[in-house]
Design a protein around this ligand. Structure first.
Ligand code: CO8
Length: 264
C-alpha cells in the first residue's frame, strides 16, 4: 500500500500521508513518496492542494524516531537536508497548499504543516515541537518557520519547553487559521480549496510568490517585486476576461457573473 495517497477532485488535489500504524511518522520512504507525488502533480489542471494524514488520530506525529535513533552526525545532517529540501519544495510549490491537520502535528508534523500556505485544524489537533525532550533540535525547519509564524518569543517558549498545545491555543497564537470538528475538516478544506481554485490561477500563484519572496526582502525591494508580479498579470487572458466580466456586469447585471478562468 502507498505511504502517500493522491487523489484529485476537479481542480483540487488531496495528498494523504498514509502510515496510520505509526501515526503517519515521516521516515525516508514517506519523504521520498511525498516528493514523487509533488513531482507528479499536474500543475496545468490542479489549482490547490490539501495535505492531510490518514486516520482520525494523527496528522503527522513527527519524523520517525526509530529511524533517527542510530544516525551519525553526518547522517543526521543528511536526514535534516532531505526533510528541509522537501518542505521547501512544498513551501515554494507554485500552487497553494492547505494543511488539514487532523490530530497530532508534532515535531516534523508541525514543521510540514508550517511549510504549507496555511493550516486549518480539527478540534482534536495538537501541535508541538517536542525535539529537545529527545535530545535534538527541530530539524525540518521548525526553529525558523515557527519563529516567523508566531514570533520568536512564543516560538522559543514552545521549543525550549517542548510543550504541546491544543488546537484552541494554536489558533490563539496564530499557528492555525480555523478550527472545525474533525468530521468537518476535509469538507472545510475542500470548500476553501475549491474557492481558491475558482479564482484566476496565474494571479493566485503570483500572490503566493509575491508573499513568500517579499517576506524575505526589505520593504523597498518587496514592493518592487510586487510591481513586477502585478505587471506580469496584464499579459494574461485571465486578467482581460476577469476585468471585462466586471465591466459587462456593470452594464447589464444579467450578464455572466462567474468567470471561467482558463489559466492562461
Ligand atoms: N516515530 C516513530 N514512530 C512513532 C512516532 C514517531 N515520531 N510517533 C508515534 N509512533 C508510533 C509508536 O511507536 C506506536 O507504534 P507501535 O504501535 O509499533 O508501538 C504507534 O505510532 C502509536 O503510537 P503510540 O502508541 O505512542 O500512541 P499514543 O496515542 O499512546 O501516543 C503520541 C501518541 C503522544 C503522539 C506518541 O506516539 C508520541 O509521543 N510520539 C512521538 C511524538 C514526537 O516526539 N514527535 C517528534 C519526533 S522528532 C521530530 O519530528 C524531529 C523532526 C526533525 C528531524 C530532523 C532530522 C535531523
Amino acid at each position: 500500500m502507498a505511504l502517500v495517497n493522491y487523489e484529485t477532485k476537479e481542480a483540487v488535489g488531496i495528498i494523504t500521508i498514509n502510515r496510520p500504524e505509526a501515526l503517519n511518522a515521516l521516515n525516508s520512504a514517506v519523504l521520498d513518496e511525498l516528493n514523487a507525488v509533488l513531482d507528479g502533480v499536474n500543475q496545468a489542471e490542479i489549482r490547490c492542494l490539501i495535505l492531510t494524514g490518514a486516520g482520525e488520530k494523527s496528522f503527522v506525529a513527527g519524523a520517525d524516531i526509530g529511524e533517527m535513533s542510530t544516525l551519525s552526525k553526518a547522517e543526521g545532517e543528511a536526514f535534516g537536508k532531505k526533510g528541509n529540501d522537501l518542505f521547501r519544495k512544498l513551501e515554494t510549490f507554485p500552487i497553494p497548499v492547505i494543511a488539514a491537520v487532523n490530530g497530532f502535528a508534532l515535531g516534523g508534523g508541525c514543521e510540514i504543516a508550517m511549510s504549507c500556505d496555511f493550516r486549518i485544524a480539527s478540534e482534536t489537533a495538537m501541535f508541538g515541537q517536542p525535539e529537545v525532550g529527545l535530545g535534538i533540535t527541530p530539524g525540518f525547519g521548525g526553529t525558523q518557520r515557527l519563529a516567523r509564524l508566531i514570533g520568536p518569543g512564543m516560538a522559543k517558549q514552545l521549543i525550549y519547553t517542548a510543550r504541546n498545545i491544543k488546537a484552541d491555543e494554536a489558533l490563539r497564537v496564530g499557528l492555525v487559521n480555523q478550527i472545525v470538528p474533525l468530521e468537518e475538516l476535509i469538507p472545510t478544506a475542500e470548500k476553501l480549496a475549491s474557492t481558491i481554485a475558482k479564482n484566476a490561477p496565474i494571479a493566485v500563484r503570483a500572490c503566493k510568490k509575491a508573499i513568500n519572496e517579499g517576506l524575505e526582502l526589505d520593504m523597498d525591494a518587496a514592493v518592487a517585486l510586487e510591481e513586477k508580479i502585478f505587471g506580469d498579470c496584464f499579459e494574461t487572458e485571465d486578467q482581460r476576461e476577469g476585468m471585462a466580466n466586471f465591466l459587462r456586469k456593470k452594464d447589464d447585471p444579467e450578464k455572466k457573473k462567474v468567470v471561467d478562468f482558463k489559466n492562461r
